[in-house]
Design a protein around this ligand. Sequence first.
Ligand SMILES: *Cc1c(COP(=O)(O)O)cnc(C)c1O
Length: 364
Amino acid sequence: MTAFQRRLLPDRQPAAQRARQMRDPGFGRVFSEHMVTARYDAGQGWHDAAVVPFGPVELSPASAVLHYAQAVFEGLKAYEQPDGSVAAFRPQANAERLRASAARLAIPELPEGFFLESIRELVAADRDWVPAHGGQESLYLRPLVFADDPSLAVRPSHGYRFLLIASVAGDYFAGGLAPVTVWLSTELSRAAPGGTGAVKCAGNYAGSLLAQAEAQARGCDQVVWLDPVEHCWVEEMGGMNLFFVEREGGRTRLVTPALTGTLLPGVTRDAILCLARELGAQAQERAVSVAEWESGCRAGRIVESFACGTAAVVTPVGAVRHADGGWRVGDGGPGPLTLAVRQRLLDIQRGLAADPHGWMVPVG
Ligand SMILES: *Cc1c(COP(=O)(O)O)cnc(C)c1O
């Protein structure tokens, strides 16, 4: 891997124009001015890494990714720290997951060193796009790798592209911290044993959009996926992992579905399992059935539920619905442990709380 070339814009956007775009950015629609590109070719490995102006990429209409979806991606956030530096949350975990995702899709692995360097290069070029310290805004980083052989042959591509783009991220859900109502998908499945459910590939999302649309048509915000065999075990939300807060005999326990191979091992999920103890709760990974979720809520044993992921961090689940009914979680509002977990994570990410695990990695 050779050094990154820098072909930067001679003129940047005026500060006022940038500031206008960074106000209320929502999620995934305001992009910084540069991106990182690199190529992989059989025999050459990864090469031609460069920071270039953000803009369209040219593809052959026969590009393998457009036909057979050989594409994997990641998502992580960088925050300005109190001292003005920029740090990313656990980027090595994302590098490792991208490696696992690539391996599952027969895509050549991207070295961790290159992954981290590409982030440092982009943050250096677009430092002005990192939101100022103190708020909840961040710079969302989206690395992706896709097959670009101009060939309709069904086989692993010989050529690939790596792109890293950055987007100013505000609230992922329009409602901010408002609890979401979720819809249980009892017919459609997101992933199957032996499939790709445990890796972050583009195709998983394509297959989930219909159920998400169905959830919204039923007046819900998000779909919750169940296991693909019995449709009775809770898996995840399709872009976020789920947690349940159990209270029993004065003890509080954070429970999340175990990694069965059909749900995604979220970096946020992993961090929360780690934080639970520090917040005075136990943590448990195990199977949780829909029946347990419902009876637990009705009996007051499950007092909170929340979803977690990089983009939205922590989102309370206020109510659950399915074809035959539904139930409320707690009093329907965000619960105290949900709020505490969210605050602790955000504080670590913004450098406002101690970071004993070394999760924040300087990137600029
Ligand atoms: C990315 C993703 C998550 C959340 O993972 P984080 O690493 O916490 O952002 C959960 N489920 C799916 C399907 C995902 O793609």
